[in-house]
Write a protein that binds this ligand. Structure first.
Ligand SMILES: [Fe+2]
Length: 338
């Protein structure tokens, strides 16, 4: 009987509920929102040398207190022992600071220092790094529930024996790169950043040493940010994207997804050259046909500065700045939001 009475009252309650808004499922009690307050902060600069400019930029990096720094290649520019460069860095930033290396053309083939030796005295400090440190590697930061995958590549520069690494379409290194980007997207890591010593787009002195095919691939895969050194200037492109009207990148409006300082994630790729790490400052070529690509620049003939790029990412936002070393005034900043 008890069971039948129970069933009857449940049925009655159900019938009463039909059509009564009051019986609709009540909202769950207020839960504190689990906003992801985590962030990752890093700096990136190449082309340092071992003189006062390098020290001034290292002082600024110390002041900014990032989680890690990306060296974008070209370290000592001399045949002083590699250890001297490493001692300069660790003297400023400490022995435990992750000062992460990527070869530039001055040390990739041992011409002015040997990248292998730089990598011995400034070894990888980031857990979970995959690939060949200082040459072709990636790392997720933080390691648990990453906010950003940083992928470092070495196209367009000679290694031992004078040969460039093969990043042509379909090559092993191309596939490695493609997989690093795809798997970051599949793992829903919010941001992808690629670093390479050589730029493709430039209003300095070099042409597309990084290679058009590889650069187009990065754009097509909507890498959020590409960081380069090599040119001893600062230059930042607009947000570039391929589309039906822009199948391959060209310096025209159809290839630019957005042109201001406030960008939407997933619309395209911004290329930033941070080559003012201390060595010297070279001029901007205002007559360069790629000028329409660019949104901001600094060189010896226009607001010269030494300094570093500073990047902060959260789950919803990437903020990128150029921060000058003390004594310089040029700054630049833009953001990408999800
Ligand atoms: Fe350089």
């Amino acid at each position: 009987m008890a069971t039948r009475r129970g069933s009857a009252s449940a049925l009655l309650a159900l019938l009463m509920c039909i059509g009564l808004a009051a019986c609709e499922s009540k909202p769950a009690p207020e839960q504190p929102k689990t906003t992801d307050a985590r962030s990752v902060h890093f700096t990136a600069a190449g082309d340092t040398g071992v003189e006062e400019g390098a020290e001034a930029v290292l002082d600024k990096i110390k002041e900014l207190s990032p989680d890690f720094n990306l060296h974008l290649g070209d370290m000592s520019y001399s045949n002083v022992p590699e250890q001297q460069f490493c001692d300069m860095v660790t003297g400023k930033l400490g022995k435990d600071f992750p000062y992460q290396l990527l070869a530039g053309n001055h040390e990739s083939d041992g011409l002015q220092g040997d990248i292998e030796k730089f990598a011995e005295c400034l070894p990888n400090k980031l857990p979970g790094l995959k690939g060949e440190y200082a040459k072709q590697w990636y790392v997720d930061m933080p390691q648990e529930r990453p906010l950003v995958r940083v992928i470092m590549l070495s196209p367009g520069i000679p290694f031992e024996g004078g040969d460039e690494l093969d990043y042509s379409e379909g090559s092993e290194r191309w596939k490695w790169t493609e997989n690093a980007i795809n798997s970051a997207h599949e793992a829903k890591i919010p941001w992808t950043v690629v670093g390479m010593h050589t730029p493709c787009f430039s209003i300095g002195r070099y042409s597309c040493d990084a290679g058009r095919e590889l650069t187009n691939m990065l754009v097509k895969k909507k890498v959020d940010l590409v960081l380069n050194g090599h040119e001893h200037i600062y230059q930042r492109t607009k947000q570039l994207a391929t589309s039906v009207s822009c199948r391959e990148m060209e310096a025209r409006k159809g290839c630019m997804a957005d042109t201001d300082d406030s960008l939407d994630k997933g619309k395209g790729t911004v290329f930033v050259t941070s080559g003012l790490g201390g060595r010297n400052i070279r001029p901007i070529n205002h007559g360069d046909e790629e000028k329409p690509y660019f949104a901001a620049w600094s060189g010896s003939n226009e607001d010269p500065a030494m300094g570093t790029v500073d990047v902060r990412v959260t789950g919803s936002r990437m903020d990128v700045k150029f921060v000058p070393a003390d004594g310089y005034t040029f700054t630049d900043s833009f953001s990408i939001s999800r």
